[in-house]
Design a protein around this ligand. Structure first.
Ligand SMILES: NC(=O)C1=CN([C@@H]2O[C@H](COP(=O)(O)OP(=O)(O)OC[C@H]3O[C@@H](n4cnc5c(N)ncnc54)[C@H](OP(=O)(O)O)[C@@H]3O)[C@@H](O)[C@H]2O)C=CC1
Ligand SMILES: CC(=O)[C@@H](O)[C@H](O)COP(=O)(O)O
Ligand SMILES: [Mn+2]
Length: 379
């Protein structure tokens, strides 16, 4: 019986992780769960999966649910609560499915405690990739990718030698506004931005897909996960999201991973690795798909992707600054405070003013995150 903790169990990845766990009750047991503010869903999950420890975003929320928990369930809150649930149970694996850089300290704590990581929270590697990967190596824990593109690359690399790899290509759907010109982007609404063509995901990542920030974060995530240089990482527009990504080898052979867009597949693979099990996902019929399409990435149309590559190559605190500016700008867009195109403006302005610190430790990254958030909120 594998023991699993899910950080962010009430979100899109979190609920799908619990779906996978529920399909295999003989294989998995839930040790810990955390939510932000959705206490109603957390309570349902707690009564179903009986974790030993749970956490919510604030003390107030914790007090609201204290009496409603099954006897013996330990209750925590805030960032310390996340860390306690991440590190303080007997879990073998922690699935990191919280949204944003708030996931960093708990992921580090889980690694420090020797837990294997099912990594959905890409912001963790973007902000502190050098620290997270070094700690994972030192502790001998696996960083098993859940992000669909990285799971695809991980699967394509299975049994291969990294020295034989020429490069990898991450596919990008283009997001909700793939076929709109920059002129047409001026009038788009939050509701339109939240209509992803292929995937049903949390609000923040759906907006990130439309700005192509998501692919930018994924490029940096891939750099750290697979130890590849930025010149070996490419992005290709693929509207159908059926080829999830591919690896090109030195002999020109390409190995790709394909499937209908369904996150339960990469989530389950992270849980079962190196085994595979049957899945409720709809099998892919290439005959039914008929044709797949590809386009070169247009970096003028999607400038955030270019910025992400630049920040990745720069290193230091630049990727953390890129990420924090984006988190604030997206939250402001979702609240209706700024336009869609202002997300890019805010990121670009923040980066223009950013003083890069090379090889930052955790406190330098946290300071950068705080400073950039304040700057991005004021723009
Ligand atoms: N959704 C997807 O298909 C994919 C997601 N990812 C990545 O996975 C991560 C999660 O994405 P997704 O599931 O879409 O996001 P959601 O917004 O759907 O869920 C986020 C989760 O984090 C919790 N949360 C949010 N803020 C806080 C906080 N301050 N403290 C504690 N918990 C908090 C939420 O709690 P609550 O809802 O209770 O407030 C929720 O459980 C992101 O990093 C994303 O980039 C990667 C690939 C695919
Ligand atoms: C499902 C998943 O992994 C998302 O990160 C997805 O990649 C978003 O799609 P695009 O960013 O390609 O629009
Ligand atoms: Mn992805």
């Amino acid at each position: 019986m594998k023991k699993i903790t899910v950080l962010g169990s009430t979100g899109s990845i979190g609920t799908q992780t619990l779906d996978v766990v529920s399909m295999h009750p003989d294989l998995y047991q839930i040790e810990g769960l955390t939510a932000g503010a959705n206490t109603a869903l957390l309570l349902e999950q707690v009564h179903r999966h009986r974790p030993k420890k749970v956490s919510v975003a604030t003390r107030e929320l914790a007090e609201q649910i204290r009496e409603l928990l099954p006897p013996g369930t330990e209750l925590y809150w805030g960032s310390e609560g996340l860390v306690e649930v991440a590190a303080g149970t007997e879990a073998d694996m922690v699935v990191t499915a919280v949204m944003g850089s708030v996931g960093l300290p708990s992921t580090l704590a889980a690694i420090e405690a020797g837990k294997h990581i099912g990594l959905a929270n890409k912001e963790t590697l973007v902000t502190a990739g050098h620290i997270v990967t070094e700690k994972a190596k030192k502790k001998g824990v696996r960083l098993l990718p859940i992000d669909s593109e990285h799971s695809a690359i991980f699967q394509c690399l299975n049994g291969e030698r990294m020295r034989d790899v020429a490069g990898i290509t991450l596919t990008a759907s283009g997001g909700s506004f793939r076929d709109l010109s920059r002129e047409q982007l001026k009038g788009v609404t939050v509701e339109q931005a939240l209509q992803h063509p292929n995937w049903s995901m949390g609000a923040k990542i759906t907006i990130d897909s439309a700005t192509m920030v998501n692919k930018g974060l994924e490029v940096i995530e891939a750099h750290w996960l697979f130890g590849l240089s930025y010149d070996q990482i490419h992005v290709l527009l693929h509207p159908e999201s059926i080829i999830h990504s591919f690896v090109e080898f030195k002999d020109t052979s390409i190995i790709a991973q394909l499937g209908n867009p369904d996150m339960r597949v990469p989530i389950q693979y992270a849980l079962t690795y190196p085994d595979r099990m049957s899945s409720p996902a709809k099998p892919l019929s290439l005959a039914a798909a008929g044709s797949l399409h590809f386009r070169e990435m247009d970096y003028e149309r999607f400038p955030c992707l270019r910025l992400a590559f630049e920040c990745g190559k720069m290193g230091g605190t630049a990727p953390a600054a890129f990420n924090a500016a984006n988190e604030v700008a997206v939250a402001r867009f979702l609240k209706g405070e700024i336009s869609f195109l202002a997300i890019e403006d805010i990121i670009a302005k923040v980066l223009d003013r950013h003083h890069n610190t090379m090889n930052p430790d955790l406190s330098a990254i946290e300071a950068c995150d705080r400073e950039v958030r304040a700057a991005a909120a004021a723009l």
